[in-house]
Design a protein around this ligand. Sequence first.
Ligand SMILES: Cc1cc2nc3c(=O)[nH]c(=O)nc-3n(C[C@H](O)[C@H](O)[C@H](O)COP(=O)(O)O)c2cc1C
Length: 206
Amino acid sequence: MDVAGLLARRRMVRSFDGTPVDPSWLDATCATALWAPTAGNCAGVRMHTLYASAIDPFFACTTDATWRERSTRYPGLARAGAVVVVTSRPSDYAARYGEPDKRASGLAALDAWPVPYWHGDAAMATMALLLLLEEAGWSAALWGDFGRAEALLAWLGTPDETLFASVLVGRADGRDRRSASLERATPPRHARVTRVASPPPARPAR
Ligand SMILES: Cc1cc2nc3c(=O)[nH]c(=O)nc-3n(C[C@H](O)[C@H](O)[C@H](O)COP(=O)(O)O)c2cc1C
């Protein structure tokens, strides 16, 4: 299937059947995903892969017991065959943009960045991973576990990194509950593309 087909077919899946994921294959697939673009060739994104016995401790670290007891989603999520925690190293970006060929950017200090490119790089690598998983017939959910970021990074032994998100990987079991997010009315994709006239029309002064 071509890339457009993979993009159209991919959907977040939040209920898995417990099929394990081959660690060698997923580690290699993560490395492939890291072909994604990276600002200034910083290569500041990291992917931490968790399998089998590491998955319950991952949820213990990123969620609380009450949620695990009450969430109707938790059992399906907990049957993921693997988790990929995507992180980045912001200090790599500040260091790179302080090098002679980038110094004029003024981005040698982290608080000078109007757009944190480490998150952009992490998002691009994550999207590449989602497409590679889709191509290989796996399902995935992006899990925004930043509420417990500090604990998760400490548990991973990488407290200096910044969490982007985790990708739960598995085989869909067909018991997914449709996300409430999908009930939102959103503008059609083509309406979010604007062709700008050349030169752009003058905007009224404010
Ligand atoms: C940055 C980001 C964070 C997300 N965090 C979560 C999350 O924490 N939990 C969840 O169930 N889905 C999460 N999602 C998935 C979105 O809800 C989902 O992509 C959206 O509803 C569109 O559905 P689709 O991806 O199946 O097309 C996240 C997606 C993105 C891009």
